[in-house]
Structure formats: structure tokens, C-alpha cells
Design a protein around this ligand. Structure first.
Ligand code: ADP
Ligand code: FBP
Ligand code: MG
Length: 545
């Protein structure tokens, strides 16, 4: 038996045994008797041969994978056989359970993304538009390109408009016509060919413009602010009873969007940060007692700093917004700098721009300014900490690559990731879903309700193993008092899904049984670990969407 609670955006389906599907809205929720059409991909030579290409209407993806630990202490021959059988059972179970139906056990699930047998648009009738909003991020152009090409090559859609300069472009600028030819090379460039902006958001005018232009699919690429805006646009579209699909593609370089495994562009940003860290390392090594300070992006979340530090191995100390620190006295930063300089003669400090903001406001005049979108403007922690170090220790060198890491084109793995996100969005809109955002959950592409990705921010959990790995790799002090630790524990959020090591979930691959069943019996319950971002893209990106 299932039950459904639904309002315009909250569509929750309860199954037996505590199964919950946090579903996304569909045209059929508010427009009756809409015609459907066979998916044109059925006759597309590239896709028609793919086994199980279409997503089953009941396929969902658990937000959290429930892992099982199997331990056999007795290694007699008979029990070894049993262990091997258990291996197989567990392997199949753990692989197949990533896509499940509503008779599955407890927990929150999201609808699986991908092409459906039936679509709710005749290709010739589709009039799509794409808008990019908020800060830049590597991969924006790839997402734009792949929406245009996906619509054209998979669904035969040829009317796609680019909205110039973010939300306000809907009502204050001319549109740009986007064809596969126009977007052919754009993934090789950083930024967004459409331009972007913060602020300037008027929902009524945006929906008027959508209606006036006859647009029926809107692809909105942007961060938490943008997705909040998209949610309000969807409400207005629905209130007016329009058959317009509103599809979000979440963007944030800081990787602070919850629920999803990681955001596109994050890998590229971490890679680019390596260049700045390398430079700071070379500079600091070349002079006696040289200190390189590298400020990286991360307004509220220190993921870029954490992963850049872990990747580099040249960093002596990483400071992030989630982990308070102090400068003077026993166990403070200066004491550590002193120690490290005595040991090594140089050091590199990576600091996320949102770190230590409380210390800055203590020592500088409180600044309460906001940007056009209402985001708090931060004070320059890189400059501040460099001056502080300079006044206590004599030599320093500051590298500030803050903007450099987001202005570059996306790397290979982000390019593939962006392609799949864009295609998921296109499949979802064509299938009649609206008011959803796409996202990778447990290595599977899903449709997520807007409220789930805007309700909180994803942050580094400093009581988690990933931060512990960082602390042990840099051998820096944690700077935490027992009170800080207590607060950190209280503030613990459910971590974003992680995919550690070889966690391939591909059912077809499993059927071939080619993978060695490594890790499956380790009893390493990595559910409670945090590996959002960084290094699992290759494992998690699936090609079947
Ligand atoms: N709470 C909100 N409700 C509706 N629209 C919003 C909201 N916050 C931001 N926006 C709009 O979303 C756009 C981008 O927001 P911003 O915070 O600058 O970037 P990001 O989307 O990267 O978080 C802006 O045009 C802004 O007006
Ligand atoms: O100077 P801008 O464009 O306002 O952007 C700066 C901010 O954007 C961020 O990159 C976060 O933005 P996104 O989450 O939208 O990518 C912060 O790290 C940074 O403080
Ligand atoms: Mg934001």
C-alpha cells in the first residue's frame, strides 16, 4: 500500500516498510488529459540498440545506501565457501539496490533520471530557453552546449534561446539563438557564453516573458539562490496553468549544495588550485622562513580548500570556515607556524575565504554588506592573515588565486559530468516533469525537488573521517577546544553520499561479474563518511542516461 502527500512542490510517496519517495512535480499533476508521444529515441540508431535504455517508471534511487557488514571469523574450508557465496549475494545486493522500487526498505528516495518511453512534447512544438545565474563555475558552457545538442540530436528540437545575463535578461535584454553549430566549441572556454548576474530577479516579469515568447522548457543553471528563484518561477508557471517545464541544473563551485554527490566544476577548481599551491610552495621554499598563503574560494564550506590540500601534499595547514582557529597562545596558529618553520624552513597555508571571519570582525570594523543577491560580502581573510603573520613573523608571500579557479574551462571528468547532467535535464523536461533539479545521488542521476537542495548548505563535517585524513596528512593542530568539538558534533548534518574507492554501481557491469569483490566484506561502513566531491566522478558517472 502506498500513500501520497502532495502540494504543488512537495510530492511525497510513502511505501511499505518506511520507503519514502520525495518525488518531483509533473504536468499531469495540474494539467489533465495531456497527449503523450512515443520517445523519438526509440528510433534513434545510437540508442535503440541499448539494452534497457528507458528508465522504468518506478525506478528510484535511495538517498543513503544501506551497507551490510558480513564477517566470518572461522576460515575453515566450508565457511570460506559460505563467505564467497555471501560475497556474491552482497555484491549483487549492493549493486542492484542503488536503483530500487517502492517495495524497497526504508529511507528517502529520489526519482531516477533518464529517458522515458513516452514524452509530453511533440519535438516540433518545443521552444526551450537556457539561463545561467550567480557566480561563474567551470563547466557552465559545457552544460549549455549539451542541453542544446541533447535537445537537437536526441529529440529533434531546434528552437533553443539563450537568455542574456542571468534572470534579469528575461525582461531586459535580447535573446540569443542557440544551435548545435553556435555552441560547438564553447566547452573549451571558461565562463558562460550567456553571461550571468546576481540580483535583478522579478518572477512576474520572467514568467510574462516566458509566456510572451511561447517558451515551454526553461533550463536554469545556477546555485542555491538561482534554484530558489527557479522554484518561485515554477510556482508562478503552475499558478497560471502553463505547460512549461522548469528544470534546474545546480551549480556551485563551493560544492555546498546538499543531497548531491558533488557539483560540476568542483574537480576542475581543485585541479586549478593545485597550480596556485605549487607556486606558493616554490616561492616559500626558495627563501628562508618563507610562508606561502593561498586563499581559495569557499564562502561557507571549505571543500575546495580541503580537497586541494589533500591533493597537493605541499600544504602545511588548511583553514576552513567550518573549523574555528585562533592565532596566539598555546596551540594557536602562530605556535604551529613557528614549529613548522623550525622543522622545514618554509610552509604553505591554504585558507578558504570564509575561514576565520569571526576573528576578522573582532579585529576590524564589523562590515555587514551584501551583494545584489543578498549574499553576505566577506572580508579579505587572505590579506588579513598575511598581515597578521607578517607582523609576527618576518617573511611572507601571498598568492590569491580566488577567481582563477572558477574562470577556467572544465576538465575532462567535469565535461563528462556536465554532459550527463544536461542530458538528464532534457530527458526530464521532455518526459513532462517540471519544478525539479537534476543531481547525482549515490552515483545515479536523479530528479530532486527544489526544496531539498535549497533547504541547507553542504558543509565539511569536521568530526568526519575526511577532515581527520586532512589533519593527519598536514599534521596540523585541530585548533578545537572541547567546546568547539561539542558544537561541531551538535551541528553534524547527514553527510553527502560518498562513493569510496571502486564503488561502481552499474548493473550491466555487475551482470558480467567481472569486478573483483574487493571492499565488500571490509565492513567499512562508509555511509557515515564524507567524500562529497573530489575523486569519485569516474566511478559515479553512468553512461546510461
Ligand atoms: N531567495 C531567493 N529567491 C528567489 N530568487 C533568488 C533568491 N536568492 C537569489 N535569487 C536569485 O538568483 C540569482 C542568483 O543568485 P546568487 O545568490 O547570486 O547566486 P547562486 O545562484 O550562485 O547562489 C539572482 O538573480 C537572484 O536574484
Ligand atoms: O565575486 P562573486 O561573483 O560574488 O563570487 C564570489 C563568491 O562566489 C562563490 O564562489 C560561491 O558562489 P557559487 O556557489 O555560486 O559558485 C564564493 O566562494 C565566493 O565568495
Ligand atoms: Mg549561492
Amino acid at each position: 500500500m502506498t500513500s501520497t502527500d502532495s502540494d504543488s512542490q512537495l510530492k511525497i510517496i510513502h511505501g511499505e516498510a518506511g520507503y519514502i519517495l520525495e518525488d518531483v512535480p509533473h504536468f499531469s499533476d495540474y494539467i489533465p488529459n495531456l497527449p503523450t508521444y512515443p520517445n523519438p529515441l526509440r528510433s534513434n540508431p545510437a540508442y535503440s540498440v541499448v539494452k534497457q535504455y528507458f528508465v522504468h517508471m518506478d525506478d528510484t534511487v535511495p538517498q543513503k545506501v544501506q551497507s551490510v557488514s558480513i564477517y566470518s571469523g572461522d576460515l575453515s574450508k566450508e565457511n570460506r565457501m559460505k563467505t564467497v557465496d555471501l560475497f556474491r549475494i552482497y555484491q549483487e545486493f549492493s549493486i542492484n539496490k542503488v536503483v530500487v522500487h517502492k517495495d524497497s526498505p526504508r529511507g528517502v528516495h529520489f526519482r531516477r533520471a533518464g529517458p522515458r518511453q513516452k514524452v509530453y512534447f511533440n519535438s516540433d512544438d518545443v521552444h526551450a530557453c537556457i539561463v545561467t545565474c550567480g557566480g561563474l563555475c567551470p563547466g557552465l558552457n559545457t552544460v549549455i552546449r549539451e542541453i542544446v545538442c541533447g535537445l537537437s540530436y536526441m529529440y529533434g528540437v531546434n528552437k533553443v534561446l539563450g537568455i542574456d545575463g542571468g534572470y534579469r535578461g528575461f525582461y531586459s535584454k535580447n535573446t540569443i539563438s542557440l544551435t548545435p553549430k553556435v555552441v560547438n566549441d564553447i566547452h573549451k572556454r571558461g565562463g558562460t557564453i550567456l553571461g550571468t548576474s546576481r540580483g535583478g530577479h522579478d518572477t512576474g516579469k520572467i514568467v510574462d516573458s516566458i509566456q510572451d515568447r511561447g517558451i515551454n522548457q526553461v533550463y536554469i543553471i545556477g546555485g542555491d539562490g538561482t534554484q530558489r528563484g527557479a522554484s518561485v518561477i515554477y510556482e508562478e508557471v503552475r499558478r497560471r496553468g502553463l505547460k512549461v517545464a522548469i528544470a534546474g541544473i545546480p551549480k556551485t563551485i563551493d560544492n555546498d549544495i546538499p543531497v548531491i554527490d558533488k557539483s560540476f566544476g568542483f574537480d576542475t577548481a581543485v585541479e586549478e588550485a593545485q597550480r596556485a599551491i605549487n607556486a606558493a610552495h616554490v616561492e616559500s621554499e626558495s627563501i628562508e622562513n618563507g610562508i606561502g598563503v593561498v586563499k581559495l574560494m569557499g564562502r561557507y564550506s571549505g571543500f575546495i580548500a580541503m580537497y586541494a590540500t589533500l591533493a597537493s601534499r605541499d600544504v602545511d595547514c588548511c583553514l576552513i570556515p567550518e573549523s574555528p582557529f585562533y592565532l596566539e597562545g598555546k596551540g594557536g596558529l602562530f605556535e604551529f607556524i613557528d614549529k613548522r618553520l623550525k622543522e622545514n624552513g618554509h610552509m604553505v597555508i591554504v585558507i578558504a575565504e570564509g575561514a576565520g571571519q569571526d576573528l576578522l570582525t573582532e579585529s576590524m570594523q564589523a562590515m555587514d554588506q551584501k551583494d545584489a543577491s543578498g549574499n553576505k560580502l566577506l572580508q579579505d581573510v587572505g590579506l588579513w592573515i598575511s598581515h597578521k603573520i607578517k607582523s609576527s613573523i618576518f617573511i611572507w608571500d601571498l598568492k590569491d588565486p580566488t577567481y582563477m579557479i572558477r574562470a577556467v574551462p572544465s576538465n575532462a571528468s567535469d565535461n563528462v559530468y556536465c554532459t550527463l547532467l544536461a542530458q538528464s535535464a532534457v530527458h526530464g523536461a521532455m518526459a513532462g516533469y517540471s519544478g525539479f533539479t537534476v543531481g547525482l545521488v549515490n552515483g545515479r542521476h536523479t530528479y530532486i525537488p527544489f526544496n531539498r537542495i535549497t533547504e541547507r548548505q553542504n558543509k565539511v563535517v569536521i568530526t568526519d573521517r575526511m577532515w581527520a585524513r586532512l589533519l593527519s596528512s598536514t599534521n596540523q593542530p585541530s585548533f578545537l577546544s572541547p567546546k568547539d568539538l561539542d558544537e561541531a558534533k551538535k551541528a553534524e548534518q547527514p553527510p553527502t553520499q560518498l562513493l569510496e574507492g571502486n564503488n561502481s554501481n552499474d548493473v550491466d557491469e555487475a551482470e558480467k561479474k567481472e569486478q573483483p569483490p574487493t571492499q565488500l566484506l571490509e565492513g567499512d561502513n562508509f555511509e557515515d563518511d564524507q567524500e562529497s566531491g573530489g575523486n569519485h566522478a569516474d566511478n559515479s558517472i553512468k553512461t546510461e542516461n
